[in-house]
Write a protein that binds this ligand. Structure first.
Ligand code: PLP
Length: 417
């Protein structure tokens, strides 16, 4: 357990202790202390993750599975241990249900190619919601193009909520899969995914949940949610880039063909025929991101030591405070007001384009994201091409919200008529 976690176990959530664990935060940008409000794009890394990866490279690094020397055994143990850690973090029943991938995008593409395409016939349907990230739209469009199936969209209202009745109405006899974001990266909406999974299950429709934005904010229990696939990225979860996981029910994964071919995913190869390894290896062709898996496991240890409930509570406190402060700023409009929301705020200002807001904030050392957030259909709903988005992490403070608010007043002073 890290020193921070040990202290917090006795003293409760302490954001100053957490901040001390993130080396990158302790710098000035454009002459001001860095205020990092872009964790929705990618989260910063605690020392525990950085040193777990560095230690692994320094002491234990080798390729996994393919040798019997000591380093290979240690590396294999670390890699297998990381898989078990991921399973434990999301409460999977079986470690074989965890497939390491590059991130949520690859996880979704894997399911689209290896689960959906072989099952789809012309006229079949894939159901998504209007809230999806492009990573949970385009792979299904590709699958539809290959099979003659079509994409059906459950609409959201102006608050940014998907109405359950309208969702259920679109679960038809031809629906072969529902693919739903657990949390929207553009609005912060926490979808009622457990209820959605229940509705889909009643109609025999499997569900993939895109957990890229949910995992950093809340405890995720794939059994409790009742989904069939869950996809997420390590880098949004305070872990490294280039690693993530797909969780899938064992019986579904077992029935799926491989996604990529190559080393490590085979049982036996001849020029006439190849037989495949068992799950999850069947889906993991080639040398995996071994150190990434080690770093991801370290990130999960770090978050569990803080406690995911405390992480969620801190996000809610930041969100409530930031919402109240931003609402004070004249001419600023917060996009959406969903019933349940994670710690991010998308907004526009009547006096400034989103990119001007981002540029002025950067001059003050404040990092936010501007643009379409890879959710163009969602922005189309609101008739917008871009918003500014402040997204919060475990290390953000109320003082940083004050700095953001003050900078937005400055944007107004500079740009309003
Ligand atoms: N889904 C959502 C909701 C996201 O926010 C993102 C990234 O922003 C992704 C999927 C894709 O994640 P990655 O780029 O790590 O694969």
């Amino acid at each position: 357990m890290s020193a921070t976690a040990e202290k917090m176990r006795h003293g409760g959530f302490d954001v100053d202790l957490i901040r001390a664990d993130f080396p990158v935060l302790h710098q000035e940008v454009n002459g001001r202390p860095l205020v990092y409000l872009d964790s929705g794009a990618t989260a910063q890394k605690p020392e525990a993750v950085i040193s777990a990866m560095a230690d692994f490279y320094r002491h234990d690094y080798a390729n996994v599975h393919r040798a019997i020397h000591a380093l290979a055994e240690r590396a294999t143990r670390a890699f297998d241990g990381a898989r078990a850690r991921v399973g434990e973090f999301i409460n999977a029943t079986d470690t074989r249900e965890i497939v390491f991938v590059r991130g949520a995008t690859e996880a979704i593409n894997l399911v689209a190619s290896a689960f959906a395409v072989p099952r789809l016939r012309p006229g079949d349907e894939i159901l998504v919601t209007e809230l999806e990230h492009h990573a949970n739209i385009v792979p299904w469009q590709l699958a539809c193009e290959r099979t003659g199936a079509k994409l059906v969209v459950a609409p959201m209202d102006d608050a940014g909520d998907v109405d359950l009745d309208r969702f259920e109405a679109r679960l038809g006899p031809r629906t072969r899969l529902a693919a739903i974001s657990h949390v929207s990266n553009a609005l912060g909406t926490v979808n009622p995914v457990k209820a959605m999974c229940g509705l889909a299950r009643d109609k025999g429709v499997p569900v993939l949940l895109d957990g890229a934005q949910a995992m950093p904010h809340m405890a995720v229990d794939v059994q409790d949610l009742g989904c069939d696939f869950y996809a997420f990225s390590g880098h949004k979860l305070y872990g490294p880039t280039g690693i993530g996981a797909l969780w899938g029910r064992a019986e579904l994964l077992e029935a799926m063909p491989p996604y990529h071919g190559g080393g490590d995913m085979i049982r036996r190869v001849t020029f006439d025929e190849t037989t495949y390894a068992d799950i999850p290896y069947k889906f993991e062709a080639g040398t995996p991101h071994i150190a990434g898996a080690v770093g991801l496991a370290a990130a999960m240890d770090y978050l569990d030591a803080i406690g995911m409930d405390a992480v969620w509570d801190h996000g809610v406190a930041l969100l409530d405070y930031a919402t109240a402060r931003l609402e004070e700023v004249p001419g600023l409009t917060i996009l959406g007001s969903p019933a349940h929301k994670a710690a991010l705020i998308s907004f526009t200002m009547d006096c400034a384009h989103a990119s001007d807001i981002g540029t002025i904030l950067d001059q003050k050392g404040i990092a936010i994201r501007v643009g379409h957030h890879c959710a163009m259909p969602l922005l189309d709903h609101f008739g917008l091409g871009a918003t500014a988005r402040a997204s919060f992490g475990v290390y953000n403070t109320m003082e940083e919200v004050d700095a953001l608010t003050a900078a937005l007043y400055k944007v107004r002073d500079l740009l309003a008529g």
